[in-house]
Design a protein around this ligand. Structure first.
Ligand code: TYM
Length: 321
């Protein structure tokens, strides 16, 4: 099975990215044909700073490698290194109904948050469909925020297949129930644009500051509380062992859950969880040429696959004359 997903290099990657997508991708390395890429062309819809984009691209790659992605066991590349994706995006845009695009909430949400309303931002889902269809992916692990984009990719694949004959695999999203929406410090979805993230590689005082800022209620310590309504507990679910999680659940239910102490415990869990990756990231960041070599090799492999699909697409639509 072909499993594919991408991530934007538009800031420090956070634990929502990790549990929503990166961890699933890394765990798929052994048993699937895995495609992982850094979507720098998508990031251009919100980042207009060349140094920031270039550095962010290398850093996102270092993050993935440090977290355990083995480039020998997958195809790992930077989106813009396979320019075929742009040609496919254009071809797909000619069969994408305007109504479908107008219904996409992520465009409206981003504009509401102050991102410039550009044509690229509007057609973002078509480029994403091209990302997926170019590699004939069967399954796409994502967080819930990408569900609608996956629906667009499926609709566009079906529309193309109906118009020009069976060409594309219609991809399935994979959204895990437990990590579909990782909450941020304030309980809303963790997202860079809400300023409520816990970056994966934060440590020491900075990490402490974030964890201590997790919003909690003002119910007295000894009173019972509902763990499933608590944002702090939701984060514990990601890091605590099942036994410890049950103990903490009991504290909530029976009274005695002291948020201050629990936050310090969570801080230690997060810090330990990423300790090895933090070390590895420092090593990768010290050798950017090595990261570039890995990505270049990945792009060569990705491009070979991309060209096969694009060749078929050109033939199907009549661009071969
Ligand atoms: P991006 O870069 O915003 O996020 C990368 C992945 O992290 C997931 N995610 C979350 N999951 C759970 N809880 C959260 N709080 C949370 N925050 C982020 C996202 O759902 C995503 O899976 N459009 C995509 C990138 C993309 C792509 C693709 C993905 C471009 N082409 C092709 C799959 C296939 C995006 O902006 O992800």
């Amino acid at each position: 099975m072909k499993v594919l997903s991408g991530i934007q290099p538009s800031g420090q990657l956070h634990i929502g990215n990790y549990f929503g997508m990166m961890k699933t991708m890394i765990s798929n390395m052994e048993n699937s044909d895995l495609y992982v890429f850094i979507v720098n062309l998508h990031a251009l819809t919100s980042v207009h700073d060349r140094e920031k984009l270039a550095a962010g691209t290398l850093e996102a790659a270092a993050d993935f490698l440090a977290l355990g992605l083995d480039p020998e066991k997958c195809t790992f590349w930077v989106q813009s290194d396979v320019p075929e994706v742009c040609e496919l995006a254009w071809i797909l845009s000619t069969v994408t109904p305007m109504g479908l695009m107008e219904r996409c909430h992520s465009y409206k949400d981003k504009v509401a948050k102050g991102i410039d309303a550009s044509h690229g931002l509007f057609s973002y889902p078509v480029l994403m469909a091209a990302d997926i269809l170019l590699y004939q992916a069967d399954q796409v692990p994502v967080g819930k925020d990408q569900k609608q984009h996956l629906e667009v990719a499926r609709d566009v694949a079906q529309k193309f297949n109906n118009t020009f004959g069976e060409t594309f695999v219609v991809p399935e999203p994979f959204i895990s129930d437990t990590t579909a929406i990782v909450p941020g410090l304030d309980g809303q979805k963790m997202s860079k644009s809400y300023g409520n993230t816990i970056p994966i590689f934060l440590e020491g005082k900075q990490l402490k500051k974030k964890v201590m800022a997790i919003a909690t209620d003002a119910i007295p310590v000894e009173d019972p509380k509902d763990p499933d309504q608590c944002n702090l507990f939701a984060l514990f679910k990601l890091f605590a062992t099942p036994e410890r999680l049950q103990e903490i659940r009991n504290l909530y239910v029976n009274g005695g859950a002291a948020y201050g102490y629990l936050k310090l415990e969570l801080l230690e869990l997060i810090s330990d969880y990423y300790a090895e990756a933090r070390q590895k990231k420092a090593e990768y960041m010290a050798d950017p040429e090595m990261i570039r070599t890995v990505l270049r090799k990945g792009a060569i492999r990705a491009r070979e696959k991309a060209m096969v699909t694009l060749d078929l697409v050109r033939e199907r639509v009549g661009l071969k004359y």
